[in-house]
Design a protein around this ligand. Sequence first.
Ligand code: PSU
Ligand code: MN
Length: 306
Amino acid sequence: MSPAARPPLRLGEEVAEARAARRPLVALESTIIAHGLPRPRNLAVARELEKIVRDHGAVPATVAVLDGSCVVGLGDAELERVAEDLSLRKLGRRDLALAVAQGASGATTVSATASLAALAGIRVFATGGLGGVHRGFAEHLDESADLDALSRTTITVVSAGVKSILDVPGTLQRLETLNVAVVGYGTRDFPGFYLTRSGEHIDWTVETPAQVAAIMRQQDALGLGGALVVANPVGEAEQLDPVVHDQVLASALDEADRQKITGAKITPFLLAEMVRATRGASLEANLAAVRSNVRLGAEIARAYHA
Ligand code: PSU
Ligand code: MN
């Protein structure tokens, strides 16, 4: 056996206690804080999301890699660092061993957060929108590592679908290929991140956290591995105006093309362009989606532990 048979995780104090007492936990990612939201609002949001989890009877575990430690459950000073340190990398699952070996620091994406949460025994994770297949995939291959990670990780991810900056039907197709389960929460319309509906259909739907927990228990019993994506739409009153969305997204995509932005930078670029061009309206829709997902994540974690 390798000398580091136990995964090199550092659990936050509250998380370690919750795990020992078998209380429900909800993992939260840090890329959305460090690279997905504008400063200084990002820190307030990071704290607010943790509070939503606590207010709904679960314990938050925000995940990041700091100075080579995989931290599951950031303390408040660490949360501040993630929100403020401009030098933080964006780390996916493949980067984890590299970052630990080199003592590096970075925010974790869905792929890395889901992986570390699962290693820490956390069964539920809430975020905004998943990564996926980028538009124009046929010309330049770009598919988020989130999808492959979800095919290998037994975790329930609550999200408002996949980011609408992506090729949504293409991403759903890849989730099918990768055996990632998808269920609509109170809907058969796949959500569109900033929008209540993406125009795509979902085959399965649930109405309650208890129904999600029942699916998770069957995933455990079957032991086949792989995630359950709970697609939770942003409320209609809180969505971005669909007409504005389509216009602004088209120009943001053009701008990304013009500036030749690719790779890990494209998602943060498009999200920031959307915020700029909608004068903050896309940010409000994004935040409404994340808050609602975090609340539902806490409810699901409680139902699963019941
Ligand atoms: N959801 C949000 N904002 C974000 C992200 C998700 O509301 O910034 C992040 C997640 O960390 C996700 C990442 O894993 O975007 C996808 O990046 P990429 O397309 O480079 O894989
Ligand atoms: Mn990518």
